[in-house]
Design a binder for this molecule. Structure first.
Ligand code: 8ID
Ligand code: ZN
Length: 330
């Protein structure tokens, strides 16, 4: 009982708008599965794709979305379970869901059988959707940072989708969190709901570098910095406040941005600056397992797939605390 047609959010040209309309349901190839998407998170990457922010073109017309969670309803002959822990995100021929191939902003989505994340039946699909990009990405970034239990990590962009999950994963890993973002709602969420030990408001602070350092117990700065903001400025500040021997992990991808670090301090503090890009299938199953064990509770709001434009408008203004998840039945 797979329908011929389905509802989807489609962009015809770079710059948008997204159009909510009926399109055909695709048939899976031999190594593919057809997933009936129930819920999809909305990542800032989806908005970057609409706006053409990056030096990498999207397919057009495009169904965006890459935090889809659903049920496999059809599969090709070659599909079987495969375990892998390579650097598959770095594959030069990688297919990017919701970017170079159609993604999860539709009711029925094609995926490679070897790459779909296996979600335990006990896990609610609306809550897990944001873990499927945001959660995996920040979990991987925290691992790449080398931060150890008991140490302090600054999460910059802490109130957004990636940031709110980063706070939860960091806490579950035994790290102390300094949240950097702006506004009362994100402050309250970070300190009261997500367990951050300090909040630095980048918009009202007169000196973010000093305030982040002052929020660490010995004033030397955090052991690691996780950059998930959609703004160039913090990418040019982190090296200044990270602790000697500390690590700066770059994850956010603001349009046209450059990293900057003072050579003198970077050398004498022996700091590391590193990029981190999503995660592999091993990271994915580990990140899902944290959720299954009840260690991850990040706030999300559910709205209909038809309301995607409203979500993008709020996202562009930085007004989303946590994540929006789309219900594909509405
Ligand atoms: O694999 C990857 N590297 C990867 C994976 C997934 C997403 C990278 N990303 C990228 C996205 O493309 C996007 O550029 O991570 C970035 C964050 O995605 P998101 O969490 O989905 O975005 P959001 O929910 O809009 O949150 C961004 C937060 O940054 C804050 C905003 O207030 C918002 O809460 N922020 C900004 I804008 N400027 C800031 C500043 N100067 C800041 N926070 C601190 N300091
Ligand atoms: Zn994403």
């Amino acid at each position: 009982n797979i329908p011929e047609k389905q509802w989807a959010q489609v962009i015809e040209k770079t710059g948008g708008p997204v159009e909510y309309k009926e399109i055909p349901v695709a048939k899976p190839g031999p190594d593919e599965v057809l997933v009936n998407i129930k819920y999809s998170g909305v990542c800032h990457t989806d908005l970057h794709a609409v706006n053409g922010d990056w030096p990498l073109p999207t397919k057009l017309p495009l169904v965006g979305g890459h935090e889809g969670a659903g049920v496999v309803v059809a599969k090709g002959d070659l599909v079987q379970d495969i375990e892998m822990s390579a650097d598959e995100p770095l594959c030069p021929k990688a297919l990017l869901s919701g970017y170079t191939v159609d993604g999860s902003f539709q009711q029925y989505c094609i995926a490679k059988g070897a790459h779909v994340a296996r979600i335990d039946k006990s896990i609610p699909l609306d809550a897990i959707a944001p873990v499927l990009c945001a959660g995996i990405t920040v979990y991987k970034g925290l691992k790449e940072s080398g931060a150890r239990p008991g140490q302090t990590v600054a999460i910059v962009g802490a109130g957004g989708g990636l940031g709110s999950l980063a706070q939860q994963y960091a806490k579950a890993m035994g790290l102390r969190v300094i949240a950097v973002d702006s506004g009362e709602e994100k402050k309250k969420m970070s300190l009261e709901q997500l367990g951050a030990s300090a909040f630095v408001d980048f918009a009202t602070s007169s000196n973010v570098v000093k305030d982040v350092q002052a929020a660490t117990e010995d004033g030397l700065g955090p052991h690691a910095v996780i950059l998930v903001a959609v703004n160039e400025k913090p990418f040019q500040q982190a090296a200044e406040y990270v602790r000697p021997r500390g690590t700066v992990i770059c994850i956010g991808l603001p349009a046209g941005a450059y990293l900057r670090a003072p050579v003198f301090e970077s050398v004498i503090k022996m700091i590391v600056i590193r990029g981190s890009y999503v995660g592999n299938r091993k990271d994915t199953s580990e990140a899902l397992e944290f959720y299954r064990r009840g260690l991850i509770k990040a706030p999300f709001k559910v709205v209909g797939l038809s309301e995607l434009q409203m979500v993008y408008d709020k996202m562009a203004k930085g007004e989303i605390a946590g994540r929006y998840v789309l219900d594909t039945s509405k």
